[in-house]
Design a protein around this ligand. Structure first.
Ligand code: RFL
Ligand code: PHB
Length: 390
């Protein structure tokens, strides 16, 4: 097989890249390790920046999002008993946030690729990248007991944090930065009406988050120990713990019901620089991870793909390689901005095992400053809503 761009990974980054390239008349092949059913059952992100909303619309996958997504002017933070503040992105930046699940985005992208006859090969095992530093890279993979080869001009590594693309870059060509947090998030999905707003809580029992997917589907998270077992968290215990972490008037509004999914996610900050090696370009979680507290991971995957598709389009349609040459630098500027916000919100809202009274006062004072200073809030909103695309 031969294609201009071989895309490793059929998550949001890989599918969106193939969709945008197709709009520009550039063919690609997506290789996904898992089955389509598995990919579509994964539950992850839920909050989109306005820039992401616009990129999805331009890519022709915005219709269902515009029908079913929920626009938010403000996101709440509850702390110290009854204190409450609103991250009012609409007021300070003119832009709302959109609640629309990654699962739905992935469905929309799969449908769009299928409608256009795009090639997405799922259950592609043992994907291997070859000659990535050369002008003739290629990819091999196994499917149904047969090994196939795809020759290409470029490889897009969109295969997430545990993927093979980043691992294919020689160690001495990559610099990595990492921070692992001493806790995780225990999340549940339930078919119950969510709270009107997305609300983060800083509480002595640990962080909690009330989020949503649609009017009848709620998503909640609580901070948990890294060695926590899901079997120890029957629904009753979960709801009790969740409610204990919100002020009473908010907890009273939480509608409980059977969970339809329960999982633990570790929290990590990670960046690999540069996001290019030879003719391999990394995009999304393959190059960087943020703790989910800022809701930035999927949004970064979308901005990476926006920059990368722009570079590839200029290369193929105008012979201009400057966008590809600048890709890593431009993408990393946004990545580091989101890393800083996600690290800051994680530090602000969680209880750390070694935190002392001084640290707690620092958290409280920072929250108080946000609640009482328009400048502080404007600054947070500017980052939470997402830096503009360059
Ligand atoms: P993905 O989604 O991990 O997709 C990578 C795909 O590559 C496949 N793959 C391979 N394919 C072929 N060969 C291999 N060797 C392969 N290895 C892996 C995988 O099967 C997969 O299909 O990465 P991508 O596309 O870069 O997308 C990134 C986002 O998924 C991620 O950043 C977000 O989910 C992060 N995130 C959030 N982001 C937001 O912007 N807003 C949020 O509200 C938000 N909430 C979250 C989150 C992540 C969470 N978890 C589970 C860590 C909440 C949580 C709890
Ligand atoms: C979610 O809805 O899954 C969600 C919302 C906000 C975050 C992280 C995850 O910061």
């Amino acid at each position: 097989m031969k294609t201009p761009v071989a895309i490793i990974g059929g998550g949001p980054a890989g599918l969106l890249l193939s969709q945008i390239l197709d709009q520009a008349g550039i063919d690609s092949v997506v290789l996904e390790r898992q089955s389509k059913e598995y990919v579509l059952a994964r539950i992850r992100a839920g909050v989109l920046e306005w820039g992401t909303v616009e990129v999805l619309r331009q890519a022709g996958v915005g219709d269902r999002m515009d029908r079913e997504g929920h626009l938010h002017d403000g996101t709440g933070i509850a702390w110290a008993g009854e204190r409450y503040l609103t991250i009012d992105t609409k007021k300070y930046t003119g832009k709302p946030m959109m609640a629309y699940g990654q699962t739905a985005i992935t469905e929309d992208l799969y449908a769009a690729r299928e409608a256009k006859g795009g090639i997405v090969i799922d259950e592609a095992k043992n994907v291997a990248l070859h000659d990535i530093a050369s002008a003739r890279p290629y990819v091999t993979f196994d499917k149904n007991g047969e090994t196939s080869r795809i020759d290409c001009d470029f490889i897009a590594g969109c295969d997430g944090f545990h993927g093979i693309s980043r691992q294919s870059i020689p160690n001495d060509a990559l610099r990595t930065f990492e921070k692992v947090y001493p806790f995780g998030w225990l999340g549940i999905m339930s078919e119950t009406p969510p709270l009107e707003d997305i609300i983060y809580a800083n509480h002595p029992r640990g962080f909690a988050l009330a989020s949503q997917r649609n009017p009848t589907l709620s998503r909640y998270y609580i901070q948990c120990a890294l060695d926590e077992n899901l079997e120890d968290w029957p629904d009753d215990r979960y709801w009790k713990e969740l409610k204990a972490r919100f002020p009473e008037h908010i907890a009273d509004k939480i509608v409980t019901g059977p969970s339809i999914e329960k999982s633990i996610a570790p929290l990590r900050s990670f960046v690999a620089e540069p996001m290019r090696y030879g003719n391999l370009f990394l995009a999304g979680d393959s190059a960087h991870i943020v703790p989910p507290t800022g809701a930035k991971g999927l949004n970064l995957a979308v901005s990476d793909v926006y920059y990368l598709s722009r570079g590839l389009t200029a290369h193929y349609n105008k012979g201009d390689t400057s966008g590809l040459n600048d890709y890593s630098n431009i993408a990393l500027r946004r990545v580091w901005g989101a890393e800083r916000l996600s690290w800051y919100l994680t530090s602000l809202l969680h209880r750390f095992p070694d935190q002392d009274e001084f640290d707690l006062r620092m958290q409280e004072n920072a929250l108080d400053h946000l609640a009482t200073s328009e400048n502080a809030m404007r600054n947070l909103c500017e980052q939470y809503v997402g830096l503009p695309f360059e």
